[in-house]
Write a protein that binds this ligand. Structure first.
Ligand SMILES: Cc1cc2nc3c(=O)[nH]c(=O)nc-3n(C[C@H](O)[C@H](O)[C@H](O)COP(=O)(O)O)c2cc1C
Length: 354
């Protein structure tokens, strides 16, 4: 595991290894505020040994939430609680970025917004997003910029813009969703580039500003196109995942042995200079090491692996069984505990350490 456990730097942020815990919303917040449950969860994740933790999607505007119990960063009063998460993670020796997010048409708001009117068929309802006016666009961009300034004040090592998975930035980037005929439709990247420029004006140059970007938005060519633009416009890293799911065209090489998102990360890394993260179903330290050696990606995200075993990175380093997610159901954090193999391992580790 030499590469997985080698140090890596993103700007001045030194990571002790190349394992990142990707953002995973668990829903423990109260009215957008951090609870003791959030702090303990992040302390536990940091104790688990990953070099980097990316805090779950944290909303920049109360109307952009994807669930009621989502963390928020839309008010200065929320900074105090967020600081406690940062301190807990730093005390345990990891670095932490925060993912900042707006769900757009997929939000729980009564009257959700979208770059252009779009019928979204969600798991709980079908809704038509209201086309954003220019004032809406400016106002939400300001929310992202102010959220980043708050993240800096709270002590985060950087931010990750949530730019994929069908949320607002992804809705702008995807030409099947964004049908605007103005400059925000002709140049769909304008929305996010203006946010990045605004963030640069309110945070110091050293502050890391990255994005979770779709490899397929809707197709790989678009992912590559946006990655190059972001790279040329000063983004600090690209965490490559999937796009607006129902509008995606997943075009990868036949027989590719890892997930389609890893394929996209590999291809994107070939055309950009900044660090690239790969994610999805990386179920063992050996697979993580192989991806680092066979591709040029820089960081490996371990999501559900860490949900079922928060000590994943330490166990991997010591050559112990890390456990593996079986992808048995849509993951609801032990919601299917009777079948989740990680739960057994997690309980065993807890017993041994107490
Ligand atoms: C419970 C849960 C919550 C998630 N929340 C987020 C999120 O807040 N932001 C995000 O970009 N991805 C989110 N994801 C996706 C993960 O970051 C990751 O990309 C996905 O689980 C695939 O990686 P894995 O196969 O290692 O689990 C979530 C995944 C799970 C299981």
């Amino acid at each position: 595991m030499t590469k997985l456990f080698s140090e890596f730097s993103i700007k001045d942020v030194k990571l002790k290894n190349r394992i990142a815990v990707p953002p995973m919303v668990i829903g423990l917040a109260e009215d957008g505020y951090v609870t003791s449950g959030n702090i303990e969860r992040y302390r536990e994740l940091a104790k688990g040994g990953a070099g980097l933790i990316i805090q779950e999607a944290t909303c920049v505007n109360i109307d952009g939430r994807l669930m009621e119990k989502q963390l928020g960063i839309w008010k200065d009063e929320q900074i105090e609680g967020l600081k406690e998460i940062v301190n807990a993670v730093h005390e345990e020796g990891s670095k932490i970025f925060i993912q900042i997010h707006h769900a757009g048409v997929t939000s729980i708001s009564e009257n959700p917004i979208c770059p252009s009117a779009y019928e979204y068929k969600g798991p709980f309802r079908t809704v038509i997003g209201r086309e954003m006016t220019i004032e809406d666009i400016k106002s939400i961009q300001k929310d992202f910029i102010e959220a980043a300034a708050r993240a800096y004040k709270a002590g985060y090592d950087g931010i990750e813009l949530h730019g994929c998975h069908g949320y607002l930035i992804s809705q702008f980037l995807n030409k099947n969703v964004n049908k605007r005929t103005d400059e925000y439709g002709i140049n769909p990247e304008k929305f996010v580039l203006e946010i990045i420029n605004g963030i640069r004006k309110v945070t110091p140059h050293e502050f890391v500003v990255g994005i979770r970007l779709a490899g397929f938005e809707p197709a790989l060519e678009d992912g590559l196109h946006y990655a190059k633009i972001l790279d040329a416009n000063g983004i600090d890293f690209l965490d490559v995942s999937f796009g607006f799911a129902s509008e995606q065209i997943v075009n990868i090489a036949e027989g590719y042995k890892y997930a389609h998102t890893v394929f996209a990360a590999e291809k994107i890394k070939e055309v950009v200079a900044v660090p690239v993260f790969a994610v999805n179903s990386i179920k063992s330290p050996a697979i993580a090491e192989a991806i680092l050696n066979e591709t040029k990606v820089d960081i490996i995200d371990i999501g559900r692996g860490v949900l079922i075993n928060p000590n994943w990175a330490n166990d991997a380093k010591e050559g112990k069984d890390t456990g593996a997610c079986l992808s048995c159901a849509k993951c609801k954090y032990f919601g299917q505990s009777q079948v989740c193999p990680g739960k057994v391992l997690f309980d065993r580790n807890k017993e041994q350490s107490s």
